[in-house]
Design a binder for this molecule. Sequence first.
Ligand code: BGC
Length: 754
Amino acid sequence: MLKKTAIISLFTLISASYMAQNTKTIPVYLDETKPVEQRIQDALSKMTLEEKIAMLHAQSKFSSPGVPRLGIPEFWTTDGPHGVRSEVKWDEWDQAGWTNDSIIAYPALTALSATWNKNMSWNYGKALGEEARYRKKDILLGPGVNIYRTPLNGRNFEYMGEDPFLTSKMVVPYIKGVQSNGVATSVKHYALNNQEMFRHTSNVIVDDRTLYEIYLPPFKAAVTEGDSWTIMGAYDMYKGQYASQNQYLLNDILKKEWNYKGVVLSDWGAVNNTEQAIHNGLDLEFGSWTNGLSEGHSNAYDSYYLAQPYLKLIKEGKVGTKELDDKVTRLLRLAYKTTMNRNKPFGNIASEEHKAVAKEIGEEGIVLLKNQGNVLPIDINKAKKIAVIGENAIKIMTVGGGSSSLKVKYETLPLDGIKARFGKQADVQYARGYVGDIGGEYNGVKSGQNLKEDRSPEVLLEEAVALAKSSDYVIFVGGLNKADFQDSEGNDRKSYGLPYNQDQVISALAKANKNLAVVLVSGNAVAMPWVKEVPTIVQAWYLGSEAGNSLAAVLAGDANPSGKLPFTFPVKLEDNAAHQMGEYPGNKEELAAGKGKDQKNPINIKYNEGILVGYRWHDTKKIKPLFSFGHGLSYTTFEFGKAKADKKDMSQDDKITFTVTVKNTGKKAGAEVAQLYISDLKSSVQRPAKELKGFEKVFLNPGEEKEVTFTIDKTALSFFDAEKHDWVAEPGDFEALIGNSSDAIKTKVKFTLK
Ligand code: BGC
């Protein structure tokens, strides 16, 4: 006993004297007992200038350093909005070749938005965040909330549609779901990145009212209501400054007006000026010196705009450290919520729950556009033989499309889903019909499919028509895909029509069999010259790992479709506001003069159409769309009662409540989305014919009726007055319009703002 005590005190003595002699080398511990803001100050006070600078920029393709000396961990980011991207090498874009980084792919954000169901959004975020957490990621690079301005934008599939209200409401639960895992979201791309063409070399010109009413609300909701811990700056320019180093967007609006306390990170390679990066609100720089995939100088990280060049300016006394400390404070705050958050869960990956979430969102997001003669659901008693035709029935869609491309555990293809659901009772046969894109690789992730086809288009069409003729049902699965110039990052679509001669195939199938359902897999609207020839049309989006199962459930009627379009399908491209009134892909004269080719010669894109985006344009100008915003059918029928308001007049500080009953008048359980639009009957400024200000998805059994309530205040009546730089609700008469699509208003009620 004695001996032991003696040894211990000897050790204490030696170590104490050792520590006394080596005070400089002993680790400095952070005080973990104080409230977070004090701990941040404590950490800040212990950091050297070099350590602070190091935190502001990447150390690898997807990570940024912490402070090793203080035990502050590095941040690991990952794409992307629809699943956790696979691992690349430290300093290269090539695949790292891990075998444990396959995940569940969730439906693309267009599909999520089409559910019009906020609970789905939370489930999505929660599940995706769990996978990110399990994969040890701290920042998920998404969700994307850029507004759908033109159907040609290659990245529309990653966004949530054309309406700022719908997008705002849908994005908030997603963010909360992800962040409940101690994983930050990075809402992107802030702001005005509404097309891919010229994304690095354009300057967007938009008036303040349009900016505040159409393009900013989803970002504002994401940071003020969703509390997204980070936000990603975009590539494009606004007022002549690149968005990721933009005084107006980042400092004036985000950090001052919205009082944002989180971290602004740049899009990958979006920074090009140290002074602007220092002063205009950027906190964390990523991806400089890369062009996306092929370029990337080894160890270029010290040359980042917020690296040695910044340090040099400070050391030379040319800039102070106020901005630096603010940036680091924000990063430390982020660390305490993510990497240094002791209460975060461990996450999990590819669980049965995650598969179920992906499947359910897919089912709820699918939109039944047309169903003449009730071709769907497929009547299993009549379906002895089912023909499945079209490339998208057999094509993997999770690989491709740019940074949202994924390496999945599995992806159920439409043909496999249909076979699994109907194969026992019916003979399911497949014909390709046409050949589109046979590629199947993105950034080293391979789909593993061989889609090569040597037969001529004529032979393929003949085969498809013969199969259609001999079948009881024909399910055509086509649309777009994730190849370049389709639904894909970096480029826009070249035209509005369906590619690969699909129009001709669809028309031929319509002649061959009247029980035809056309299923479009895409993230964008397409022209449908055959719309009158085809009885049934389904918008199926990119649905991720469970794509085939979600689709089969809807085709069979196991799931009753309840999705609604999050954007308008114009008949033709010229009917879209940006193409009729605005500039796309840029100013015509500048385009002709070759502008937009590089950053020295940027091109201007003027949003002349102003606030009249999507249905706001179609409704106001009375341009009938092919399918309207908010549209979507069901296998049952619904009836709306008469809308009532709880008062006739409201004051500026009042609230007003509208109620309406929705009844399932058909024979199948289903869900309807009650949509509230507000129309300003007389105004001193131009107002859209109507604007979405509320929506509620109601699930109803046959015969069941429920009351839906919408409460609004003057914010739902306001427009942004650019001169006052404030929201104004003008006294006068308004109308609340309630229906199940922007072009199907069922009941109205007038009221007055005093
Ligand atoms: C995309 C971002 C993405 C980033 C990292 C950029 O090119 O625009 O959305 O998160 O790359 O992959």
